[in-house]
Design a protein around this ligand. Sequence first.
Ligand code: FAD
Length: 528
Amino acid sequence: MIQEYQLRVLPEVAANEQRIKEYLIQEKGVSARDITTTRILKRSIDARQRTIFVNLTVRAYLNELPKEKEYQETVYNDVSDKPQVIVVGAGPGGLFAALRLIELGLRPVIVERGKNVRDRKKDLALIGREQTVNPESNYSFGEGGAGAYSDGKLYTRSKKRGNVDKILNVFCQHGASSSILVDAHPHIGTDKLPRVIENMRNTIIGCGGEVHFETRMDALIIENDEVKGIETDTGRTFLGPVILATGHSARDVYRWLAANGVEIEAKGIAVGVRLEHPASLIDRIQYHNRNGRGKYLPAAEYSFVTQVDGRGVYSFCMCPGGFVVPAASGPQQIVVNGMSPSNRGSRWSNSGMVVELRPEDLENKELRMMNEEPAFNSQLNMMYFQEALERLCWQQGNMKQTAPAQRMADFTRKKLSYDLPESSYAPGLVSSPLHFWMPPFIADRLSKGFQQFGKYSHGFLTNEAAMIGVETRTSAPVRIVRDKDTLQHIRLKGLFPCGEGAGYAGGIVSAGIDGERCAEAAGRLLLQ
Ligand code: FAD
């Protein structure tokens, strides 16, 4: 027999199966003789009060063992002789599109400008060591996309639980821990993600799909308002309907679309900084305990949001026990982001701290002046702004990957920091007056936001934290407009704008969900 129970237990109980069994026996009246094993179905931490509890949904197996797997397997058959669909980009959008195409009996051909996920790692190391960014192989470009060397957080605001579960199950089938199906805030970790991505690639190739690395799409082949395929920098063309999942950093793709009259529109973004605290400080604040997280709790998370002068100011992509990484995708840029390993064991906890920016905000004189590129195309204005801010940041960072930084409380007091705290950011930090050179539209709102967050959470606004500039790639600055039913571009048949770069996702899971949807839409076009 199987019984399910809702438990509210101390962290040390939740961490140990034997203690859970004892709890069920003592508190829930389960017979010690009958209980064979337990399985945790859901787990979340309740840190609102001084005493921390873990809420669990537990399945107890009485006089039997589990027959079902911890995750649901998808069947992938051979598609070698099936019609092909071109998938541009091997980020989560492209990879999940490819896997879904196989399920539907279509042959995915992936074209990816960057290297495979292992070789890519060497280029990431060079950013810190030699201060060089390979424009085709970096934190944004390469197998696994922007999600590969990331935190691997898998939560999403998507309300469609079924779609989310499917993505998580596919990750498990390819080697992710089944704990991602259990935790309220699931997370794979940057050390585990590459293996999972390789396994996904092996499934695709094993079923007869193709994956072409170091092959960049340079143009769409368009005939009579229909996309027939792509041209690449290797000279090879690939023919078929195109799922365009190139991510938010493929600025050459946006430029090509704008220059060739393909309908796109400017989209709101959020920009700001990475804020890095000692992890022990965040643990003490969030777990209300001056001894920190103790043995059984993970590095603590936080989430802040407020409105300042009509714009949202909020924390974004928080990485407890993580690292701040240099996420530029080309020369003369500094862009920061965050990642963490599966154990979230680093000495720092970081988060993006960003201010919402709408296309109409660029009418503001101060922000308009940031744009050096002549605004020949207002659809690209938000992208020009990102570029201008990233370049300014690079100049302030000594024209290398060393990032300009300021202590948090100094920033709110408009004071240059005479030194900086230790940081996880490998290329190094340079003390810089961010309050002075960041556009006041952003700096003033961030400063007021920090003061509010300091009131919500005592100790958060501190000079022990460093703000590191700049975080600009929170989402796509452009939407590649598509029909809401066919998911094809509003004019071009056979083009499926997909994932974050097209403006239809904001994270690994939502990009994966959108990839699946685009594959289904391509299937409807080809198999109708
Ligand atoms: P991308 O992942 O950007 O993939 C696009 C792919 O297209 C890339 O591989 C690129 O090389 C390729 N490409 C681009 N142009 C071309 C071309 N012309 N020809 C061929 N290939 C091309 N999200 C989360 O949900 N959780 C996290 O913890 C998280 N942490 C992050 C940490 C970092 C450091 C970064 C950079 C991002 C993080 N994100 C996180 C965001 C997440 O990675 C993205 O939302 C997600 O990867 C978007 O998926 P995508 O497939 O739409 O695009």
